[in-house]
Design a protein around this ligand. Structure first.
Ligand code: M6R
Length: 607
């Protein structure tokens, strides 16, 4: 977790660092700090968001053209001015920022304490400053290597010293790190969008590499000291895509981008006859034909997208497919074997749990396919095949458009596999292909019903508990709707299969407990209606998400949020949108920080 920045160039470092940190706030935002080197190193830090740090630097400015910065998501030590990065050695000559966790922190701190070192913070990061200073013999890169050799864990580290002005040394051990190459200036950042408005040319630092940055560029070596030759990556993203584009929040903007995201994710990949051309998906037809089993692994919203994916694979291909939480799978000794396909889904491609499950799958001989939104992410580089979701940078912590793109990616993948091994139901496949092409238009239309959804949000905004129910694919959508509501509205909410309600949870349904029902699956329609009746009989209020031409639902539900009809297998694509908007408007009524909800971070790069 955390966002890190570095700058070496002719200009003032502080504004560049602060601007980059604001763009990285989605990675953590409980405190922030920068260090700038002039003749000495000067540090400013503040608990809270980067905005507070900016205010501090207005009253207490920093001069210098070399600097490093950090926005934090606490792991060791509470959010505070003291625990905010950067951290220095006692002399103040070395300063570090760090993203990730030092696993042998206690061991190292005990050893350093015995040697007479004193610490001013509770962080694991501070020991890195001590280790670098202790090892320094006139060569910063060598001292960083020595520190990294002692510090176990997954992290990215950035170091600067008064002894070698004009230079920054950084290391990537799993946690992401990129170098932006400007003209006469060089940037370090946790991700590309942080400096995309300053340069389009990047060096992606790989796991186990050290980079020495100065104003003329960067030199990459392995941590062991071997030279690495890396071609810069030219990035075409429109930097406008990373801005709010007139919406009040990134989340709202990202919800409204979904029609375009579907178009982009499908673009050039799906022929009218159903053949799917997936760039970077390289398995051959024999592999697809001989496939016995598919595993989908992911966390959070990506897992919820995987729930839909598993059903797509089962229905279109009749292929045994299970979906596993990555944090469970990695420790469950799963029965993954050679010839299986393991699909790891991750918007960021950096989620530690998902990476661990993916690596386990590879160790067991499975073919690893990544569905990810970030080109150059760790997952994309480790996978045998990659399906990029093309959703563009997702800034809001609550994932919306990335979920949508994950769904589309899984329909495409099923069609690609089906082209090789045959589709279980060709009529269903035809309806899905036709329906996929119609989706962007459907979603555009759906966005126009936002006012009705905002109105329905008033019914939930002051509840204490909300339940989400549905059956089959409707249940998968209910799970995602419930997660969205929880993370940004802070309301207690729970999703369950509609058939499960009567087995216990019904005891909690009263007139104060609203129930959101997703009801799009024709085969299960009457069963879901029975669950609605159970709720109504206990006085519960029902908000239903149903097809626009469903003329029965009005008899059972108090409020109906309508979505365009599509084949039931595509139902989740439309049905999730009212739930995203519902969560957004509830959170807005409650006055919450929608883009950066409390206690959460966009990219969970620690276990
Ligand atoms: O980057 P990933 O897709 O791997 O992230 C997985 C989850 O942390 C993420 O989906 C999280 O649940 C979202 N905040 C939900 O909106």
């Amino acid at each position: 977790m955390c966002g890190i920045m570095g700058y070496v160039g002719p200009g003032q470092a502080a504004p560049v660092l602060l601007d980059g940190l604001q763009r990285l706030e989605y990675r953590g935002y409980d405190s922030a700090g920068i260090a700038v080197l002039d003749r000495e190193i000067d540090v400013r830090k503040a608990e809270g968001k980067v905005e507070r740090l900016i205010d501090l630097t207005k009253t207490s400015p920093l001069n210098g053209s070399v600097g490093i910065g950090h926005t934090r998501w606490a792991t060791h030590g509470a959010p505070s001015d003291l625990n905010a990065h950067p951290h220095s050695d006692p002399s103040g000559a070395f300063v570090v920022v760090h993203n990730g966790i030092i696993e042998n922190f206690y061991e190292l701190r005990d050893r350093l304490t015995e040697d007479g070192h004193e610490f001013t913070s509770e962080t694991d990061t501070e020991i890195l400053a001590h280790l670098v200073a202790e090892a320094y013999r006139g060569d910063l890169a060598a001292a960083v290597r020595s520190a990294v050799a002692q510090a176990e864990g997954a992290y990215a580290l950035v170091v600067m010293t008064v002894h070698e002005p004009g230079k920054i040394v950084a290391v990537r051990r799993i946690s992401p790190l990129v170098v932006g190459l400007g003209v006469g200036e060089t940037f370090l950042a946790s991700d590309i969008p942080a400096v995309l408005h300053r340069t389009r040319d990047f060096l992606i630092i790989e796991d186990g590499e050290l980079v020495i940055v100065d104003e003329s560029g960067a030199t990459i070596e392995t941590i062991e000291g071997e030279a690495v030759d890396r071609e810069p990556l030219h990035v075409d993203w429109d930097s406008e895509m990373a801005e709010k584009g007139g919406y009040e929040h990134f989340m709202l903007k990202e919800i409204h981008e979904q029609p375009a995201v579907v178009t982009e994710t499908l673009a050039g990949r799906l022929e009218e006859d159903g053949s799917a051309w997936l760039d970077h998906v390289d398995f051959d037809d024999d592999f697809a034909r001989n496939l016995n089993r598919v595993w989908i692994t992911a966390c959070g919203t990506a897992y919820n997208a995987g729930m839909v994916g598993a059903e797509i694979f089962r229905r279109l291909l009749r292929l045994p497919t299970s979906v596993e939480y990555a944090h469970e799978m990695r420790y469950a000794d799963p029965l993954v074997s050679e010839g299986d396909l393991v699909i790891a889904i991750s918007q960021s491609g950096e989620t530690a749990d998902t990476l661990a499950a993916a690596r386990l799958a590879k160790e067991r001989g499975a073919r690893l396919l990544a569905i990810t939104n970030v080109v150059g992410s760790t997952l994309s580089r480790e996978a045998d095949d990659v399906l990029y979701t093309r959703a563009g940078p997702e800034i809001a912590v609550a994932s919306t458009k990335a979920y949508m793109a994950m769904l589309i990616g899984q329909y495409l993948l099923a069609l690609r596999i089906g082209a090789a091994r045959g589709l279980a139901d060709s009529d269903l496949a035809d309806r899905v292909i036709h329906g996929l092409h119609a989706l962007p238009g459907d979603l555009e239309r759906l966005m126009q019903s936002e006012a009705a959804i905002a109105d329905a949000a008033k019914r939930l905004a002051h509840a204490e508990d909300v339940y989400f129910i549905g059956r089959g694919l409707d249940y998968a959508v209910a799970v995602e709707g419930s997660l969205k509501l929880k993370e940004i509205s802070y309301l207690h909410s729970e999703a369950m299969p509609a058939g499960e309600l009567k087995h216990g949870t019904l005891a909690l349904i009263t007139e104060d407990v609203p129930v959101v029902v997703v009801i799009t699956q024709e085969a299960l329609y009457d069963k879901t209606v029975s669950a609605i009746q159970e709720v109504k009989a206990r006085g519960g209020e029902v908000i239903a998400v149903a097809y626009e031409d469903d003329d029965r639902i009005g008899r059972f539900a108090d409020v109906v949020l309508r979505v365009p009809r599509t084949d039931d297998l595509l139902g989740p694509v439309n049905a999730v949108v009212p739930l995203q908007l519902l969560a957004y408007h509830v959170a807005k009524i409650r006055g919450n920080d929608i883009d950066q909800p409390r206690n959460l971070a966009k990219s969970v790069t620690v276990e």
